[in-house]
Design a binder for this molecule. Structure first.
Ligand SMILES: [Zn+2]
Length: 666
């Protein structure tokens, strides 16, 4: 995000300057107010709420992982005597106001109000509204969310229409205490209940900007976003509600999904937030372990069973930012997955994403057909605790999966396991030249009983097919070596793409221009269909962002996902520029408008459809080539044509006919 970059690039004293100038604008009384708030805030306590702080031996200072950069060694110092903090790596620093401004991405005035609320200092009435969007400042939005949480809670408790919701929660085994603790609530099946109740307190505009209401399509007002749903408030680290997850009741209309969350907005950042972090924080610090489940109800059930260091993702795959958030409290991260196929593949993806992260990552898969809530209910918290304790390290987990598939007994099996493992490692972001790289290669050799040279050579080859991330050189630690741009990227940038490059660039142009089609495209092709490694990386990032369920992919998001992979970034920028020169977005949207009338079976714009057909065509061509190879091998073995061979020959001739007609139509 541009603002973040700007903020981290400027010197900390700037903030003090900025805050002072803002204060001067407001009335003198607010200076007293500010000093009262400052005096009531202890910076060690404040920062300690979001960062695990340790006291520096023999002194009064504290040290912890800096939340403002990707910190691996605690480099942020907190000075209680001066009530200030400073990071010695990214140079972020200041007082309690700076800390809140930076960590919550708010302006000074909002930071002041947040700290006032925290310290129970009454907030004086505002002398003037800020120019721009009146009343849309963050403190007011947080107030609206807190109010809505209370309304939903009250509705769950007292309204007759909430009876099915109360029954549902009771069936899940939630006690009254748990329902209170997690502030669960209910939104009734009405179109403007919340809007009506908010009248006089909050404007529809304010409710809209925190995702509680939506605009009617004909522009004639608003309607409640959450209807007939059990409400799970999602809190930030300070325990303030910043968004909601709404769960449909069993038997009700689930056409909008079993769960849905507030949309991304000024206070709700899906990819950064972790559910129940405020509840789990102390236990995480105490055990240095965090357990991550995929669902809210699993997380709550585990808390109720006495496992308090449990958090959940917001119904999406774990993100790098979430890992950065949780590793400030605990080094050991145990990801819990259901024992079904979806759970297995989700866990494999998570491993490849986080193997290079500086955390002790473990994977716990439950017996087939059981989710964490079932498990703890049936086998008890001690057994669950034991499973968490025994969860294998991420690498061993992947190794064992491959071993179970191929077997260690045969040479062929070992070869395949080696192939699986090195290709996984080659794709791990930021693993190259990381200490973990050595450790993992060593361990691979050991477990396969192979020499380390063999493993390293295979790994080297696998990496050549995968784009290199920029790496810190081992010998010259002060220099950052940028790897040369690979030929597969250069030829595209220089206007000499291969046919395959062109197919792949065409499709990416569509995805970047009209990201609303990504979900659809994902159903038809996978990232493995991309042959150019850098283009595949771009596609992976697009798919990942789409999978996270953000509204739509923004180009800036894509670039930040490609951070550290300069060639892919350059390529993405190039593709974006091509797309806008070719007016791809306009062509896709125009097509969408005309398509709806002519063709009801395929709603895909023609341009995108053609691009997808190219991929499918190529897939067919590749499988054809494999068949030809099989055929020639068979012919060499036996000299007679059996049925199978005849079938292949027939397919062969079909393929040539298709190719001829394809050429004719262009
Ligand atoms: Zn820092």
């Amino acid at each position: 995000m541009v603002v973040d970059e700007f903020v981290s690039a400027i010197h900390p004293t700037w903030f003090i300057f900025l805050s002072r100038s803002e204060v001067r604008v407001s009335a003198e009384q607010s200076n007293d107010f500010k000093e009262t708030v400052r005096a009531s805030t202890d910076i060690v306590g404040l920062i300690g709420e979001t960062v695990r702080l340790n006291s520096v031996r023999g002194g009064r200072e504290f040290v912890g992982l800096c939340p403002f950069h990707d910190d691996h060694n605690p480099s942020m110092r907190v000075y209680p005597d001066q009530q200030s903090f400073r990071c010695w790596v990214c140079n972020m620093g200041g007082d309690c106001f700076t800390f809140v401004m930076e960590s919550e991405h708010v302006e000074f005035r909002d930071a002041l109000e947040i700290l006032a609320q925290r310290a129970n200092v009454p907030i004086p009435a505002r002398s003037q509204q800020r120019p721009g969007q009146p009343g849309l400042d963050k403190a007011k939005l947080l107030e609206a969310l807190l109010w809505a949480q209370g309304v939903f809670q009250q509705t769950l408790k007292s309204v007759p229409a909430a009876e099915p919701a109360r029954r549902y929660l009771a069936q899940r085994g939630f006690t009254q205490e748990t329902i209170e603790q997690f502030r669960l609530g209910f939104a009734p099946d009405e179109w403007s209940k919340l809007l009506d109740q908010a009248r006089g307190r909050f404007t529809p505009q304010q409710l809209l900007s925190v995702g509680l209401v939506r605009e009617r399509e004909n522009g004639s007002g608003h309607y409640d976003y959450f209807r007939d749903r059990v409400m799970f408030p999602i809190h930030n680290e300070r325990g303030q509600p910043v968004g909601f997850g709404g769960r449909v009741l069993p038997g009700a209309d689930a056409s909008f999904g079993k769960y849905f969350n507030s949309n991304e907005n000024a206070v709700f950042h899906k990819s950064r937030l972790v559910y129940a972090l405020n509840q789990a924080r102390e236990a995480m610090k105490a055990t240095n372990t965090v357990v991550v489940t995929e669902g809210y109800t699993d997380c709550i059930t585990l808390h109720q069973a006495g496992l308090r260091n449990v958090v959940a993702t917001l119904g999406t795959a774990l993100t790098e930012m979430q890992v950065t958030t949780i590793k400030r409290f605990a080094q050991r991260v145990v990801l819990v997955y259901d024992g079904d196929d979806a759970g297995q593949s989700a866990s494999e993806r998570a491993v490849s994403r986080f193997l290079a992260q500086d955390v002790d990552l473990r994977i716990l898969t439950l017996p087939a057909g059981e989710d964490p809530a079932d498990f703890v209910t049936q086998h008890g918290p001690e057994r669950m605790q034991q499973m968490i304790h025994d969860a294998p390290e991420a690498f061993d987990f992947v190794f064992n999966m491959s071993r179970n598939r191929h077997g260690l007994q045969t040479v062929d099996g070992r070869q395949r396991i080696l192939g699986d493992v090195v290709s996984l490692l080659a794709g791990v972001p930021r693993l190259a030249k990381n200490v973990r790289e050595d450790l993992l290669l060593h361990r691979t050799a050991e477990r396969l009983n192979l020499s380390e040279e063999v493993v390293r050579e295979q790994y080297r080859q696998a990496r050549q097919g995968t784009p290199q991330r920029n790496v810190q050189s081992v010998n010259t630690t002060h220099r950052v070596d940028r790897p040369e741009t690979p030929a597969s990227v250069m030829r595209i940038l220089q206007g000499q793409p291969t046919r395959d490059d062109r197919f792949e660039c065409d499709l990416l142009e569509c995805l970047i221009s009209a990201p609303e089609w990504i979900t659809r495209v994902r159903q038809e092709i996978g990232t493995a269909d991309f042959t150019n490694p850098s283009l595949r990386t771009i596609a992976e990032s697009c798919f990942d962002i789409d999978e996270l369920g953000e509204e739509t992919l923004a180009f800036g998001q894509l670039l930040s996902a490609l951070d550290g992979n300069e060639p892919a970034k350059r390529l993405a920028v190039w593709i974006g520029a091509q797309a806008s020169t070719k007016q791809i977005e306009y062509k896709l949207r125009e097509a969408e408008a005309t398509n709806t009338e002519s063709n009801t079976t395929d709603d895909c714009p023609l341009l995108l459809r053609r691009s997808l057909e190219n991929f499918k065509w190529r897939r067919e061509e590749q499988s054809h080539q494999r068949r030809v190879l099989e055929l020639s091998e068979q012919c060499e073995g036996s000299r007679s044509l059996d049925d199978e061979t005849e079938k292949l020959l027939r397919q062969f001739s079909d393929f040539h006919q298709k190719r001829a007609s394809k050429k004719a139509t262009g």
